[in-house]
Design a protein around this ligand. Structure first.
Ligand code: F6R
Length: 352
């Protein structure tokens, strides 16, 4: 059941500390400062990595590819429906990773079958043990989020992000004590975001907006896309996410005093540029909601600040996304939407 929550989605948002703990269990060794994933014990890979995924899982995959590239491994990310082994350089050297919560998404399955056909090594990053993707691939890494009933992916996205952070360490062999400690602290930090969030106030203030925009740079760019997708799915309102730098190349024309802009501002070296983008939207009178780990940097520019605790820069987007989930949930709730089963959507999309 819903354990007293009005919707499965809210329950699943609140399950995130536990979901992340499960994903980390026996994979992170704090004493030795190492990460090992038994699921991938016999995986040997030194070639380029290609991710294939759809929807929210694609946003997680974008983050996974960033992490690998940052660690010196060539990594690309493809929408599964656009992945065509005849027109993309994929070979026996390639590691193809299907990111799929359900493990049943038709587009992702078709991409993975194509990759297997050309002899690539394949990995399913999935939540469902024994799912079609797990069976199709040479290896399966489980995200261990537990069953997700709400159609909108929430805890499974957080678990995918965490699993991909682990995956990138395993593949690259790179890990630091600071990163391991940040992972250890992550579930408690997620809990503190849930306990202290003022997202409900933001929802109340902006439920009537014409549209919502989300901007972020670097590791927060995929979260901007995810924030917008979640908003569309459950509130049925127009929302778009952009890499912050793209705003001025077109979307800025849509920005008015009726289009709140959610800006992820992380103290990771990208803050100054993102603040530049925030000033551009402010000049058009758009309300600004900053999601940030450094309140003092944004205070003077933001109408609302949704704070997240300081963490390793790689993990900040996991915390930021939780604030965005809550905003979308509370707007949808105020608008009386069918939150757990949005119109026209299915939990698992089994047609191409
Ligand atoms: C969004 C959502 C969908 C799925 C997509 C892929 O909240 O749930 O966008 O992420 O259909 O599904 P999986 O991960 O099962 O392959």
């Amino acid at each position: 059941g819903k354990s007293g929550y009005d919707h499965y989605m809210l329950k699943e948002i609140y399950e995130q500390p536990q979901a992340i703990r499960k994903c980390l269990r026996e994979r992170v060794n704090e004493m030795e400062g190492t990460i090992t994933v038994d699921d991938l014990a016999d995986l040997e890979s030194s070639g380029p990595v290609q991710f294939v995924a759809c929807g929210t899982s694609y946003h997680a995959a974008l983050y996974g590819a960033q992490l690998l590239r940052e660690r010196g491994i060539p990594a690309q990310c493809f929408l599964a429906s656009e992945y065509d082994v005849d027109s993309i350089p994929v070979s026996e050297e390639t590691l193809v990773v299907g990111v799929t919560q359900s493990g049943e998404t038709a587009d992702t399955m078709s991409a993975l079958r194509g990759a297997n056909r050309v002899g690539a090594t394949t990995v399913a990053l999935t939540n469902v043990v024994g799912s079609s993707a797990a069976r199709e691939c040479d290896h399966a890494m489980y995200i261990r989020a537990g069953p997700e009933i709400g159609v909108a992916a929430t805890k499974t996205f957080a678990s995918q992000q965490v699993a991909l952070a682990l995956f990138s360490s395993v593949i690259s062999g790179e890990c630091s004590q600071a990163f391991v400690e940040a992972l250890r602290d992550l579930p408690d930090q997620v809990q503190s975001v849930l306990d202290n969030s003022t997202a409900r106030e933001v929802a109340q203030t902006y439920e009537d907006a014409d549209a919502y925009f989300f901007i972020g740079r670097g590791y927060n760019a995929p979260v901007a896309l995810e924030g917008a997708l979640k908003m569309k799915e459950i509130t049925y309102k127009h929302a778009e996410g952009f890499a912050a730098g793209e705003l001025k190349h077109g979307p800025l024309a849509l920005v008015t005093d009726r289009t709140p802009v959610f800006a992820m501002v992380s103290d990771d070296g990208t803050a100054a540029k993102t603040l530049g983008n925030v000033k551009e939207v402010e000049a058009r009178d758009a309300p600004v909601v900053a999601v940030t780990d450094s309140r003092e940097t944004v205070d003077q520019y933001a109408d609302f600040v949704l704070e997240v605790p300081e963490t390793h820069p790689v993990l900040m987007p996991i915390l930021a996304n939780i604030q965005l989930q809550l905003v979308s949930y509370w707007i949808a709730n105020r608008l009386g939407r069918s939150i757990d089963k949005p119109r026209n959507l299915a939990k698992s999309v089994t047609v191409e």
